[in-house]
Write a protein that binds this ligand. Sequence first.
Ligand code: HDD
Length: 715
Amino acid sequence: MQSAIGDIAHKAEVAISGAMESNKKIAEIKHDYRNPKDGALLTSDFGVKNPTHDNWLSATTEDRKGPALLEDNLAREKVMKFDHERIPERVVHARGVGAFGTFKLYESAEDVTSAGVLTDTSRTTPVFMRFSTVLGSRGSSDTVRDVRGFAIKFYTDEGNWDIVGNDIPVFFIQDAIKFPDVIHAGKPEPDTEIPQAQSAHNNFWDFQFLHSESTHMFMWAMSDRGIPRSLRMMQGFGVNTFTLVNAQGVRSFVKFHFTPTLGVHSLVWDEALKISGQDPDFHRKDLYNAIEKGAYPKWKFGIQVCPESKQDDFDFDILDATKVWPEDLLPVRYIGELELNRNVDEFFTQTEQVAFCTAHLVPGIGFSDDPLLQGRNFSYFDTQLSRLGVNWQEIPINRPVCPVMNHHRDGQKRHAIQKGKFNYWPNRASVFPPAKASEGGYIDFPEKVVAMKKRMHSAKFSEHFKQPQLFYNSLSDIEKAHLTAALSFELDHCDDPIVYNNMAQRLCDISLDLAQAVAEKTGAPKPTKATTPNHNRKVKGLSQFDFSREAQRLPPTIATRTVAIIIADGFNLVEYEAVKTALSAAGAFPVTIGPRRQPVIPSSGGKGVTPDHHFEGARSTLFDSVYIPGGEHVSTLQKQGRVVHWVREAFGHCKAIGATGDAVKLVQTACNIDGMVYSTGDVLDSYGVVTAAGVGKPESLKEGLKMMKGAKHFL
Ligand code: HDD
């Protein structure tokens, strides 16, 4: 017997031809599309052709408008539908953006798991991914300081597998029962609903102090990881400890890792603050544009495996989600690649209605006794009931691509029509018999459990400072400085001295230098003694510089970086075109900025170039780099406050700046750089400023671009 869902999926598949056929999920979703290009006329929700978008039926005469009539069911339908458009936003991770993609395995992990998705290297598994911030509402800004959600739904041949992770590998709490507290403390305060999408307030930091297991995660959140440059340039982590079981029934513990091939990059805080106002959709636009331009973001997928025999070998509990597994103890093995390559067609039906659940696993992958994970397994299913209703699994984006066969029935908004007499088991026709292991049934690992029923964790859960110290020690000096500044900013926004005094004390458990620097800025008494001595150990794999392209043995790249090219009337067209072409050829995204979005005429005359934005329509903060060609326009640009500020601000944010010909002087003045030597192809590496006398010599341009790619902040 085949269910209606199976029927629909099959029919839709047949209808889609060519390459689309290989992606079953795309095929399944396709059949629900309403395509405005069909040329169809306006109808009511029930298919009756509707004669108006505009006029409510009313008792009207030629010269006087009369009362609207309740009998207008078409108008009532329109307004009533609108009245009920909203569903509850996610209680956390409300603001997000999603995209479709694929997952491919290049090395089988059959030594540790029997899961098809992790062993079959010939498969292409369709995925849907949603990135999010945690604390803000659906309409908040993208570049706030926060943890980023990193949730992936793998539509595998054996059912849906969800990894509901973050861009930070640890969590604030060890036990799921505390989740409402940590989130209440972080969200806007209950009396004033202030602040929006910010951890910079009394309640958040009060909780952090009173709850020392959070220390490790707040250190990560205050580091540059909290303000990513792009969702395409962040790592992703499954965070919780899962298990893998191989065909021989041997179980291991596992952590999941995703490392972006573009490297891990962040904004600086001043940029993040400004972009929040200048373009609150900065991250979602960046993702959308990259996918539309075919620059598909990719992540290497890795597993960190701990054999069961080693479970007790470490000074931390491997089931404690506030701890990383340091890579010198358990290396990451990269075995696959995730790529995002298709934007959604409609935000609500796809990105808003997608529902992830940590309990969605496939045979060969299992839970562990991680107490955070166990609670999550309940919460995700439960929250969908109020957000999407009991039949949320039938919403197209949430449906698996394999057949669904069971005796679950009815409930609100049930769509599947299940034929046949039987809605119970056992039944006399043996409809939907259970699947044996040999038939692909999900078999729970037969684990022997001997324990006392108690509200407690193993002893190792009580140690909270060794790993935050390890994290801090492993950062570069720049990252440490940024972290110190971030803590100082956050605590400056706390006006209750108990809160910032306590936090200055807490930092003495990490580093006395850090505690003193933050105390001085925020007005807390300056601590004189480390409460917990720092062990001075470091490890690779915690600083984000360890995930630069160089660290991944990939050459530096300017690909997908946005470069603002600033021009005014009288610019040098040859230089403009040469650099723009070279940038595009290198995969960068050049954007022209001029005095108006009307043709700007070069010194050589002609039709001119129409800029993408005018000087007041965009800001330096929205771009990775700036280039100014030479030409007569320099005298105009020098008098433009916005342009001079643009260059100066880009310089202050350590961006690569390029100038040719007369524009070199403008950069020199704007940035007030003493002692710069201007000759063809000079690069002041520490500044990231690249200049050339002109682009007459192709060699110097090539050299300049090479140096621009290598400029420090692209690392
Ligand atoms: Fe959670 C959403 C990540 C702990 C309860 N969580 C949610 C999302 C992400 C995470 C990425 C957004 C999913 C989406 O895009 O729809 N959450 C995590 C991580 C955690 C974590 C990495 C720790 C390892 N979460 C956690 C706990 C609980 C929840 C301990 C409850 C006990 N999380 C939820 C939720 C949400 C959610 C309330 C809100 C919307 C949703 O689930 O679907 O159920």
